[in-house]
Ligand binder design. Structure first.
Ligand code: 5AD
Ligand code: SF4
Length: 440
């Protein structure tokens, strides 16, 4: 019998990307094979994101466009999963307006996909299966990972922080940590299969361990993973500034495999706005933390997330954000226009900022950030850096791309056989977002 083909379209964060890798593993175990071509697919899954409105709107657009395909190929199964599906009001929109969707599932029941497909085949009616309170941790699902040398590994799920702008605590549920032995076993098995780089994933990895029945911290986990032979680099994200402990800074400084890169979202440089965001630190706390980290790990690369136009943000508040990015001198940053998320506290705040002001501030923020990124990259000029080779450049097939321990993207000429290897590259030229060099 001809194998059925599937495709997954993924929106959002690394957590979602990794969930899609798990879905892919489940489907391939059922005999499905991957295709890039929707027209040629028997099964299409959208793994959705709700963190900002544009991600949400894209999904509706895509689903609308698939109506024709479904009409042409009635055997095609169309599934939607991920954060959007955790919200009842959104599930209702899908059920009402996008009747060609066959299976709806959430972030907590990926492992049930084979059953859901069966149920759909038996009933031929839309199957909806979502776990609202998301407490369970499901082990024993492997992932069909995108790369064979670097891997995401979940360490915890959910978030308890309730930053007032953020929908994640409502879609991914309460914080819960995986048992260390399960994480360590997964990393060990990845190392045996030749994986060199691990990125530990959680909404707030610094509070890892709080739900375990014994004392074990994220720093302890890093120590244990650092001992695993074959693993060369350990990364993690995301860290909440309020929870970043001295113990973790010490672990980062002393463990040789933990990369010299920290993603430390600041969100705003105004202590007043940070308070309304419920971030639980002030501008001064953040700056003190950065100083402490840089004292212990002087060449650490710092990256961040910044939201522009949170409700009530004044010109003075925004100027404080510009000031702090100049003070900290980030290596890179993800910048976002504040987006109203129904169900969050900030969505009900009255002093929403008009779009044109948000846009104008956003542009000023980028104009401030880009020269800083360039300046930070300049220190690599003529230096030799270790690069994990990731892929052939999309623009030039002779050029390879990879990342340094500091998370810098590097372009250099080389044979694609080097993909997955660690190579030394001398930097000849630096740009705002990339370094260029040659292998030595
Ligand atoms: N609007 C804009 N950005 C947001 N983020 C989370 N929620 C929102 C929102 N409602 C950003 C934060 C977070 C990152 C993952 O997404 O900066 O750190
Ligand atoms: Fe959202 Fe804040 Fe939790 Fe991050 S820490 S996922 S921004 S609520």
């Amino acid at each position: 019998m001809k194998s059925k083909k599937y495709t997954i379209v993924t929106y959002g964060c690394q957590m979602n990307e990794h969930d899609s890798e798990k879905i892919s593993w489940i489907l391939e175990n059922m005999g499905y094979i991957w295709t890039d071509d929707k027209e040629d697919s028997d099964f299409i899954i959208y793994n959705t994101c709700l963190v900002r409105e544009n991600a949400e709107l894209k999904v509706y657009g895509q689903l609308g466009a698939l109506k024709d395909l479904k009409r042409k190929n009635p055997d095609l199964i169309l599934a939607v999963c991920g954060c959007m599906m955790q919200r009842e009001e959104i599930r209702n929109i899908i059920l009402r307006k996008y009747r060609h969707v066959d299976i709806i599932f959430g972030t907590g029941n990926i492992h049930k996909l084979p059953q859901l497909i069966n149920r759909y085949h038996q009933s031929n009616e839309t199957v909806v299966d979502v776990v609202e309170d998301n407490r369970e941790i499901v082990e024993n699902i492997d992932a069909n990972r995108k790369y064979s040398f670097k891997a995401y590994v979940n360490v915890m799920y959910g978030c308890n922080n309730f930053c007032t702008y953020c929908i994640v605590p409502y879609t991914r549920g309460r914080e819960r940590s995986r048992e260390p032995e399960n994480i360590i076993e997964e990393v060990r098995s990845l190392a045996e299969r030749g994986y060199k780089e691990i990125t530990l994933l959680g909404q707030n990895v610094n509070s890892y361990g709080k739900t375990l029945s014994y004392d074990y911290t994220f720093a302890n986990l890093l120590e244990d993973i650092n001992k695993i032979d074959g693993i060369k680099r350990i990364r993690f994200m995301t860290s909440h500034p309020k929870d970043l402990s001295d113990e973790l800074i010490e672990a980062m400084a002393s463990l040789d495999k933990v990369c010299e890169h920290l993603h430390l979202p600041i969100q705003s440089g105004s202590s007043r706005i940070l308070k309304v965001m419920n971030r639980k630190y002030t501008k001064e706390d953040y700056l003190r933390l950065v100083e402490k980290i840089r004292n212990r790990i002087p060449d650490i690369a710092l990256t961040t997330d910044i939201i522009v136009g949170f409700p009530g943000e004044t010109e003075e508040d925004f100027n404080e954000t510009l000031e702090i990015v100049k003070k900290v001198e980030y290596d890179s940053a993800f910048t976002f226009l504040y987006s109203i998320r129904e169900g969050t506290i900030a969505a009900r705040m009255e002093n929403q900022i008009p779009d044109d002001i948000k846009q104008e501030r956003f542009q000023r923020l980028l104009d401030t950030l880009y020269p800083i990124f360039y300046k930070k990259n300049l220190k690599y000029q003529d230096k030799v850096v270790e690069v994990l080779v990731e892929e052939v450049s999309k623009n030039n097939e002779k050029v390879l791309t990879g990342r340094t321990r500091h998370g810098k993207l590097v372009h250099f000429e080389g044979d694609k056989k080097l993909i997955g290897q660690l190579v030394d590259v001398k930097i000849d030229n630096v740009k705002t977002f990339t370094l260029e060099g040659h292998i030595i």
